[in-house]
Structures are given as C-alpha cells and as structure tokens.
Ligand binder design. Structure first.
Ligand code: JB3
Length: 213
C-alpha cells in the first residue's frame, strides 16, 4: 500500500525548511498551498505550489497528510489557527523529524510536531501537537512543551522545564532547569530565563525581565 501524499500548507521560509527535511526523509511533498496568488504555479525546492488552501480542502482528509508550513516569530497565533482549522475538518498532520535531529528514547511527539535539523530532544521530553523544535534547538531531559509551542533555532530548554501552550521561545534563549513558562508567553531572542514566566508575559534580556508589548 502506498503512503498518503503530503501537502505543505504555506509556502514561505518555514515551509522551505520543512520541504528540505521531508525530502531528506524520503517523503517529498506532492504539493504546497499558499495564500498569496503570486506564488501559485511556482516551485519551492522543486515542489509545486498548487494553489490556495481550497486545493487541499477539496481532497478527502483520509487520503492526505498535512504539514503546517507557517512559522512564527512571536506568539504563534496564525500557525495555531491554521492547524485547528484543518484539524476540525478531519485532516491529520504529519510529524516531521529531520534525519539529522536526535530524538531520544521515551520522547513523545504530538500530532504534527516538527523536529528540525540538528535539534536534540533528550529522554523524557514531550513536545505537543503542532509544536516546533527548530534548527539546533536543545530540549533536555523531562522538559515538557504543550501545543503550538515554537522553540526557535538554537534555544536551550534545560531539564524539567514546563512550557505551556502557545509559547514562543526566541532564538538562542536559555530556560533554566525547572522553570515554568505560562500559556501564550513570549521569550525574546537571547533571553536567559531564571524564574517562572506568567501566562501572556513578554520577557527579554539577561536575566529575562518583563517587557510591555
Ligand atoms: O527564522 C527562521 C529560521 N524561520 C522563520 C520562521 C520560524 O517564521 C522565518 O524566517 C519567518 O520569519 C517565518 O516563516 P514563515 O511563516 O514561513 O514566513 P514567510 O516566509 O513570511 O512565509 C509565510 C507564507 O505563508 C507566505 O507565503 C504567506 O502567503 C503564506 N500564508 C499565510 N497564511 C498562508 C496562509 N498560506 C496558506 N496556504 N494558508 C494560510 O492561511
């Protein structure tokens, strides 16, 4: 029996990284959709941009697997909305693991989680549905991330950290052992988080302190 075809939803920078990872894993996508008509008919790493999301919505949810191609640089609202919209219609999301990532034993990955090039997930880690461990992110033993979390490139999440849903951990940030980051919080790039972060807070700096949005 042949494997279901994969479609990537969104055709920008994050999607390009995902297409590269999928190709390395031997699962070249059948197509990409993009909201911007200017991309339609083009190609991303050789994969055709077949149209808008209607091109996938008219397919049977049982026949295809989706990959969320939207990235995020702050609270991942659009990325979460896209996942929820397609999930509500019965579509399933493929879990992307780059061939160069290290996913240890006793790691649990949610539906549509994405573990990108060089990322390391140590034993006991949980990464929830639609969450991303981006390039070179390191998530240490027993750290837990909820749904729609983005751990950006090079961030380091130390042992036993708890990251609630919809959190953005900026590039190169460090989260000290055991801290808890509340739902919807944003950690700035390069921040060093040494204490719990309340839900919805935006923090940056060394040590990380609240910013006003
Ligand atoms: O820094 C890194 C390593 N990656 C960043 C990533 C995490 O976030 C990257 O540099 C970008 O800052 C961002 O990536 P993303 O989301 O791919 O951004 P961008 O390159 O601007 O592309 C977004 C694409 O999604 C655009 O082509 C939009 O037209 C398209 N888009 C937006 N909403 C959508 C939708 N496409 C579809 N199919 N459906 C939508 O609802």
């Amino acid at each position: 029996m042949s494997l279901p075809e994969i479609f990537v939803i969104g055709g920008g920078g994050h999607a390009k990284v995902l297409v590269g990872a999928l190709k390395r894993a031997g699962r070249t996508p059948a197509g990409i959709t993009d909201a911007d008509q200017a991309h339609h008919g083009g190609r991303l790493l050789g994969v055709p941009v077949v149209g808008g999301d209607a091109a996938v919505e008219r397919l049977s949810p049982d026949a295809v697997l989706l990959v969320n191609g939207l990235g995020s640089t702050g609270r991942p609202v659009a990325r979460a909305a896209l996942f929820n919209r397609f999930h509500a219609r019965g579509f399933r999301f493929f879990t992307v693991i780059d061939t160069t990532a290290l996913v240890s034993e006793e790691v649990a990955l949610g539906d549509g989680a994405q573990v990108l090039a060089g990322a390391i997930l140590q034993p006991g880690v949980r990464l929830g549905p639609n969450s991303v461990a981006n390039t070179g992110a390191r998530i240490e033993h027993d750290a837990v991330a909820g749904a729609h979390v983005h751990v950006a490139p090079g961030a380091v999440v130390l042992g036993g950290v708890v990251i609630e849903d919809m959190v953005h951990v900026g590039a190169g940030a460090v989260l000290r052992q055991g801290v808890r980051v509340g739902t919807g919080a944003v950690i700035g790039a390069g921040a060093v988080v040494v204490a719990d972060v309340p839900p919805g807070a935006v923090v940056a700096g060394v040590p990380a302190r609240p910013l006003h949005e």
